[in-house]
Structure formats: structure tokens, C-alpha cells
Write a protein that binds this ligand. Structure first.
Ligand SMILES: [Zn+2]
Length: 231
């Protein structure tokens, strides 16, 4: 049985002599595993289709967890990303999280992921800004969005520090419960999108906090190299 899916390669692992086992996340069905035969032989026709970050329309034959890639029409490889180490690690974080959050189709998060890769590759978007927006989307697209600009309890406009807890979301200092996690004013303004013009070290501190909220909410923690390299 053949099928066509719009998919992005999130992982490629060598197998046997010249094959690669691909983890694909597809718009239509979420995560799939497929082998790309003879891809590591010189001059292999479908080599590009087996590269991590390749986005295209994949033709697959077989079924269940034993698909074989028979053809691929490439949409984009986001190649400028590989020239910048911060963007590369940010892209790895996005792809890893997308794969882990897509046991089933996640069409909205899929498109948001592709948009963040595009913005880093062609629109000069900073790696830390892309990571922040992607993590905000993972919450939104799973019905657990956080608003960093207004208190979720009293609805006052937040303009300084704030507090987070799983039960309350993001609240002002007056509404904060005793066990809330403090969000400093600079991190809050960054996460709210109010001030993105801050040093990378501060962006990174805010993103680590956001990644922790994602973990507490969705149970998935980014464990790639991105945050390790930034510390
Ligand atoms: Zn409040």
C-alpha cells in the first residue's frame, strides 16, 4: 500500500550497510518510521530525503511501522540554519519536541514548527526567539496556552514580576499562591513578546523557565543540546 504525506525528518539513524532509518513527523499522521534504502551509497538518488530537517512530500510504501521511502519531492531543507550553531541546536530542539508531541497528528504544531525553521533560515529570526515562540505554541496547540501579559486570576495587566503555578497559570504577585514559581519582570516581558531586545543570556534564562512550564504541563522536557550549550 502506498501513501503520500507531507513530512519533516526529525532523526536519521544508520542501519545495515547503507540504509537509514528515518523518524518522520507528518502533517497528516504524526510520527512515522520509514527506511531509506541504500541512502549512504555514493550518488544515492534520495540522499537529501534522508537528511534531518528535510521537509517534503514523501511517497511511502508498506504499512504500520515498516514503511519504505520510495520518492520525495523536497519543499525545503532550511540549509542556512546549519551555518549557525545556535540556530542548529534550536532547530534540533524544535524537531525533537515535535516528534515527542506527535504520536498522533498535530497539524497546528507541525505548521508552527515549519514556520519557526523558516524564520530562522530566511528571516534572520534569532534562535532564542524561535525557541520561545515554538514552546509557547506547544502549550497553545495542546489547549494549555499561557498568557504572560495579564493575570489569569484578577485579569490585571502584568507589568512587573509575576508567578506561575500549574493550577493558577500566570498570575500577578497579589494573586500568587505560596508555592508559585516567581517569574522576574524581564523574563515575563520577553515571554509576553513585549520586550525581545534583551541579551541572549536573559532570553535563555526565560526560555529555561518556559521549558520547565512546558514540562509541568505536557510532561515533555526538551533534553537536546540547546540549553546545555547555552549555559
Ligand atoms: Zn491577579
Amino acid at each position: 500500500m502506498d501513501k503520500k504525506v507531507k513530512a519533516i525528518v526529525t532523526r536519521a539513524v544508520p542501519y545495515r550497510e547503507a540504509d537509514l532509518i528515518l523518524t518522520l513527523v507528518s502533517l497528516e499522521e504524526g510520527k512515522l518510521t520509514a527506511s531509506a534504502k541504500s541512502c549512504l551509497k555514493p550518488g544515492a538518488k534520495l540522499r537529501y530525503a534522508a537528511a534531518p530537517m528535510n521537509f517534503g512530500e514523501y511517497m511511502l510504501s508498506g504499512k504500520g511501522d515498516r514503511y519504505i521511502v520510495t520518492d520525495c519531492v523536497q519543499y525545503d531543507s532550511f540549509s542556512p540554519i546549519t551555518a549557525d550553531i545556535d540556530k542548529y541546536y534550536a532547530a534540533c530542539l524544535i524537531l525533537e519536541m515535535l516528534a515527542r508531541l506527535s504520536p498522533e497528528a498535530q497539524p497546528s504544531l507541525f505548521l508552527h514548527s515549519v514556520n519557526e525553521l523558516k524564520a530562522m533560515a530566511y528571516e534572520n529570526k534569532a534562535a532564542a526567539d524561535a525557541v520561545c515562540d515554538f514552546l509557547l505554541h506547544t502549550l497553545n496547540d495542546n489547549g494549555a496556552g499561557l498568557d504572560f501579559s495579564a493575570c489569569s486570576a484578577c485579569r490585571c495587566i502584568l507589568d512587573g514580576d509575576a508567578s506561575y503555578s500549574e493550577s493558577d497559570g500566570v498570575v500577578c504577585p497579589h494573586c500568587a499562591s505560596f508555592d508559585g514559581i516567581k517569574i522576574d519582570a524581564v523574563s515575563r516581558a520577553f515571554l509576553a513578546g513585549e520586550n525581545r531586545e534583551i541579551p541572549d543570556s536573559l532570553k535563555n534564562r526565560a526560555n529555561i523557565m518556559l521549558a520547565d512550564f512546558v514540562y509541568r504541563t505536557l510532561g515533555v522536557r526538551p533534553d537536546g543540546s540547546y540549553f546545555k550549550e547555552q549555559r
